[in-house]
Design a binder for this molecule. Sequence first.
Ligand SMILES: Nc1ncnc2c1ncn2[C@@H]1O[C@H](COP(=O)(O)OP(=O)(O)OP(=O)(O)O)[C@@H](O)[C@H]1O
Ligand SMILES: [Zn+2]
Length: 677
Amino acid sequence: MSSNPRQLPSAVLRSVVTTAMIVLGFMAPWTLLPANAHAAGTTASAQAVKAAGGDSADEFSYSDLRAAIADKAVKSATLSPASFEAEVVLKDGSKRKVGYPPTDEALADELSAAGAKVKIDTGFATARSQFPWGALMMLGGIGAMIAAMFFLQRKHAKAARAGQDMQSKNAQKEGELPSVRFSDIAGCDEAVQEASELVDFLKAPLEYRRLGAKMPSGLMLYGPPGTGKTLLAKAVAGEAGAAFYAMSGSDFVEMFVGVGAARVRDVFAKARLNTPAIIFIDEVDAVGAKRGGGSGGGGGHREADQTLNQLLVEMDGFGGNERLLVIAATNRLDTLDPALLRPGRFSRHVHVGPPSEDGRLSILNVHAKGKPLAEDVDLPQLAKVTAGSSGAELAEMLNEGAIMAARGKRPEITHEDLFEGFLRVVAGPRKASAMLAAGEREAVAYHEAGHVLCAELCPSVDKTLHATINPRGQAAGFAVVGRSDRALHTAQHIHEQLIYILGGRAAEHVIYGTVSSGAANDLEKANTIARAAVEQYGLSPAVGQIVNSQSGFAEQTKATIDAEIRRIVEDAYRDAIAMVQEHREQLERLTQALLRAGDIDHLEIAAAMEGSTPAARRPNLQPLPDPEPEFVADLDDAPGDAPERRLWLPGRSTAGQAIAAFRSERDDSHRGPAARA
Ligand SMILES: Nc1ncnc2c1ncn2[C@@H]1O[C@H](COP(=O)(O)OP(=O)(O)OP(=O)(O)O)[C@@H](O)[C@H]1O
Ligand SMILES: [Zn+2]
């Protein structure tokens, strides 16, 4: 079942709405400093790569190790997962030291299967992934709805895997056969199903040709970062026994004119001589964005244009007779030049979305292979609370958990290790050395307590799993809220989501009368969500059901949109402040608990929240004078605590009316709680 471009909006929406909010970080003062904390990780992984590829004659290399395993010549081995080094004793008595690639997760298993005694060594020098999770955290959540965000996240994800990629590139030279199989991919069965058809094509083209079927020349994989697009492309090659050639659109961006086109020509020429072959083009949007003209597309980049043209020429050059398949991946199908998506080129589009709960569980299972888990580990539970996480994030969480266990010299990975891994993935490592002045620490505590309080009081927001004022990554403190996969965003849900996001600022506002710069990030996130509500979900009566067209919104619509975003955010902020004011006692208890312990979990939160009851606060969409009351409907999913607040069905009000209403509303609210604080 191949989806056509017209299905894009719903698919994008789907991919986006499951990406729920999880972490709200309070930006630490040191975030403005250049982040070089990750440099160590880079070096470590570069060393691992070097060690793994060490080929000099007197050295024992990784491939020697593989050969020894195959020959069952290894007597015993001690693995140091932290530095990716193995000390092996061969059956002939000789001792060897060798680096192994971080990607080789099955090494321990294979060694013991080959009869070797395996020990995991836990004393080590630190080697951590250089993933800037902290930066990712700032992006977290519904923010991913914005295309730009896809872009940023992808960049981070890329950086995260740079080390690994280096490794896999090392292990797998261009045109080689990947060892990845469909069984390595979980949680995206439809995409795998679709891809497996192409494998049949590649394996037995004659049968298809006999029936007059033509091999599709291109497959376009689209979806958010880290969902397994590269993995899937490799698996197609692996399953079909095809040579794998990879390039990335972003490689061409900084190049001199003509270089990208030449490289495309070169790769196609090589692949043609080595069929069956897969050519994989990652980040194809970097070269395949809409060309020239059109106000929406940032066309006009000559190098990208030339590269794209060359790609089109190459793809037109094979008439479905070659056992050559081009697979491209992008986070943003909507920005691609339509010429790329035409029949004969990338006519098949396969969505690789964020995994569902079941999908996450199978991904966790795939990556838990070869990792000894303690009895208290509950993978189904982890699959539940990690809604919105990509396959790459889940894999990283397990890996971080394993590193924590190794560091703690534990024989098995415990629940706590995995939770720490999770926190590292979403926020970065603990910053033991980070210094906060006493006053700052208190402000951070109030801020986080504000988030927790609002999450607890908003019925449609998932409850806090963990809150901390122990700095991590770029955050001085943060709250992790449980996540559920949500297919629908109602106005009510978005309003409450905003209340929660703004709860930290609201608490600062109520306590200190001012809001610190650490909370700026929350405001940004709130704006992103409000924008999506207006532009994508059609939840603003004033803007109505307009969706961004090719040429962008009209100027007048843009102004209305901005006004609506502002109204929606201010409405939520006002409710957040009211909530904090009404629950000063609970806020105080939460803050004190944070100051005392640094970290709090749901039990301590429940204790601090005693005496409160969650209650829905409805989005205050100003009632406008409307002669036809049947167009005014109550929000059906909200228990009524404010009967005078009603939702206006879109399309009944003019922009002018709504803006006027919004203004009077805003002016009132500004003299309200905020001013009294
Ligand atoms: N569906 C999945 N099943 C199992 N592992 C996965 C899955 N998705 C991601 N991973 C893990 O995350 C790693 C990175 O995924 P991959 O590079 O394939 O993502 P991608 O979709 O290509 O991301 P990007 O858009 O950033 O290129 C994989 O090598 C794998 O370890
Ligand atoms: Zn915050």
